[in-house]
Design a protein around this ligand. Structure first.
Ligand code: S3P
Length: 432
C-alpha cells in the first residue's frame, strides 16, 4: 500500500537498532580484551563502515546468527591498516575513529563520499593535534584526513565550544590510550552514550552536569571490560513513525524498546508540547541507558511551538520531520539556532525550506532561525523533492505525502540505506 493523504499509522513497532549506540559499541568493544556480544546492531551502511574500519584496525568481528562477536585489542594496540579507510556518508564514523586512532602510533588516510568530503573536520582535529597527533586536511578543513597518531598522547583539559557529541566522543576515544587525567567541558545538551557505555564497561570516568554544561574526567588506569549489549531502538528512526502517528487522525502506534535517553528524545517533548498524545507505558535502565515502550494516539490536531537554540542539540536529527509536523500544525512554529543543521549530511536548513515551498508550505530563514507557517489544511504536494541523497530529508518528505493532496516525486530513494535500510518495508507494515 502506498502512503498518501488517506493514510494513517497503526500497529506495534520495534524501531531498528540505534545508530549512535551501534557505532560506539563496535568501537568500545573493539578496545576490550576478550569477546563481547552485540544484539540488534543497526546494519545500515554508516555502521557497517565503522565495523569494517575496526576490522582494518585489527579487531576481529564475526556475525553468528543474529549477533555480532567482537574480539577487542587493548588500547594502544590498534594495527597499522594496509589501506585507506572509507567511511562513506558517516560523519560519526570518521570523527569518532579519528579520535580513537589519534593516540595510537599508526598512520592512516580516512576518506568519505562526496557529502562527507564537504563536512568540517577541523572542529575535531584541532583538539587531536593538541595531544600530539599530526593531521592534514583538504583545504585545512575537509576530508580526506591524513592522520599520524602518537603513542605518547598528552593528557589535557578541553573546552568544546560547539554542542557536538561527535567532537566530544572523538576526544574521549583518544583518552583510551592517554596516560594521566583528561578533563572535558562541553554543552550538556549533547548525547552522552559514550560516557554511559564507558561506565558500563568499568572505565574510570566521572561525569558532572551543571545548568548548561557537562564536565567529564577520565583516567585510563582501568581496563575496559567486555560487554554483552542489546542495542535499543533508534529514536531518530522512530521519529518518522511517531510524528506521522501524531499527525493523522485514526493513528494509534505502540513503540517497543526505544532508546529514551533525555539527550535524544527532545522531539517527543516537542510533539507533546504541540498537543501530540504520547504516553510512556514502560521504562527500564540497561547499561546506563533509559529504554521505554510508548503509546501514541492521534486525538487532536497539532498546534505550533517555538524551540530555543539550547533545545536543538537534543533533537538535531529530528528537525526535518518536526518541520513536516509544524507544517500541519496550526500557527507559526519557530526553530531557533539551526546553524549546525547546515553542516549535516546536506545543508538541511536550506533543503527543508526549499522543499516546504515545493509542497506548498510557507517558510522563511532568518539568522539560522526557521519560521514555518502551518495550518491543518492538506498541502498542495506534487513537488519534485530535492534531497541531495540525505536520508533524513528523503524520509521526512516521504512522510509529508500523508498531508499532501498529491504525492510528491522522490527520485532515487537508495540513500535510506545509511541509517534505515528497512524504512520502506517497515512503513508499509504500519500504514492503513
Ligand atoms: C551523533 C551526533 C550528532 C548527530 C549525528 C550522530 C553521534 O552530531 O547529528 O547524527 O552519534 O555522536 P553532532 O554531535 O556533531 O551534532
Amino acid at each position: 500500500m502506498s502512503l498518501n493523504k488517506h493514510s494513517f499509522i497503526r500497529g506495534i513497532y520495534y524501531p531498528p537498532g540505534d545508530k549512535s549506540i551501534s557505532h560506539r559499541i563496535l568501537i568500545l568493544a573493539g578496545q576490550a580484551i576478550g569477546k563481547s556480544e552485540i544484539y540488534n546492531l543497526l546494519e545500515g551502511e554508516d555502521v557497517i563502515n565503522t565495523l569494517k574500519a575496526m576490522r582494518l584496525l585489527g579487531v576481529k568481528i564475526e556475525k553468528k546468527g543474529n549477533k555480532y562477536h567482537v574480539f577487542g585489542v587493548p588500547p594502544g594496540g590498534l594495527f597499522q591498516p594496509n589501506k585507506i579507510i572509507d567511511f562513506g556518508n558517516s560523519g560519526t564514523g570518521i570523527r569518532l575513529i579519528s579520535g580513537l586512532i589519534s593516540s595510537n602510533n599508526i598512520k592512516v588516510k580516512l576518506v568519505g563520499d562526496s557529502s562527507l568530503s564537504k563536512r568540517p573536520m577541523k572542529r575535531v582535529t584541532e583538539h587531536l593535534s593538541r595531544i600530539g597527533a599530526v593531521i592534514q586536511l583538504r583545504k585545512k578543513l575537509f576530508p580526506p584526513i591524513k592522520l599520524k597518531g602518537t603513542g605518547n598522547a598528552v593528557p589535557l583539559t578541553f573546552e568544546i565550544l560547539i554542542p557536538s557529541a561527535q567532537i566530544k566522543s572523538a576526544i574521549m576515544l583518544s583518552t583510551l590510550n592517554t596516560k594521566g587525567t583528561v578533563k572535558i567541558k562541553e554543552f550538556k545538551s549533547t548525547r552522552d552514550h559514550t560516557e554511559n557505555m564507558l561506565m558500563s564497561m568499568g572505565y574510570n570516568i566521572k561525569v558532572k552536569e551543571g545548568l548548561t554544561h557537562r564536565f567529564i574526567e577520565m583516567k585510563n588506569n582501568k581496563d575496559l571490560n567486555t560487554i554483552n549489549y542489546n542495542v535499543p531502538g533508534d529514536p531518530s528512526s522512530a521519529a518518522f513513525f511517531i510524528s506521522a502517528a501524531c499527525l493523522k487522525p485514526g493513528s494509534r502506534l505502540i513503540v517497543k524498546n526505544i532508546l529514551f535517553n533525555k539527550t535524544r528524545v527532545g522531539f517527543i517533548k516537542t510533539l507533546k508540547k504541540m498537543g501530540g498524545e504520547i504516553k510512556l507505558i514502560r521504562k527500564r535502565k540497561i547499561h546506563n541507558e533509559l529504554i521505554a515502550d510508548l503509546e501514541i494516539e492521534q486525538k487532536r490536531n497539532l498546534k505550533s511551538t517555538t524551540l530555543k537554540s539550547f533545545d536543538i542539540p537534543m533533537q538535531i536529527d529530528e528537525i526535518p520531520i518536526l518541520s513536516i509536523a509544524a507544517s500541519f500544525a496550526k500557527g507559526l512554529t519557530i526553530f531557533k539556532g539551526l546553524k549546525e543543521l547546515t553542516v549535516k549530511e546536506s545543508n538541511r536548513l536550506q533543503l527543508i525550506h526549499e522543499n516546504l515551498r515545493k509542497i506548498g508550505v510557507k517558510s522563511k530563514i532568518e539568522n539560522y532561525d526557521l519560521y514555518i507557517y502551518g495550518n491543518h489544511d492538506l498541502k498542495r504536494g506534487g513537488g519534485v523533492i530535492k534531497h541531495n541523497d540525505d536520508h533524513r530529508i528523503l524520509m521526512s518528505f516521504f512522510i509529508a505525502n500523508m498531508i499532501c493532496e498529491k504525492n510528491n516525486i522522490i527520485k532515487d530513494k537508495s540513500c535510506v540505506k545509511t541509517s534505515y535500510p528497512t524504512f520502506f518495508k517497515d512503513i508499509s507494515k504500519f500504514i492503513n
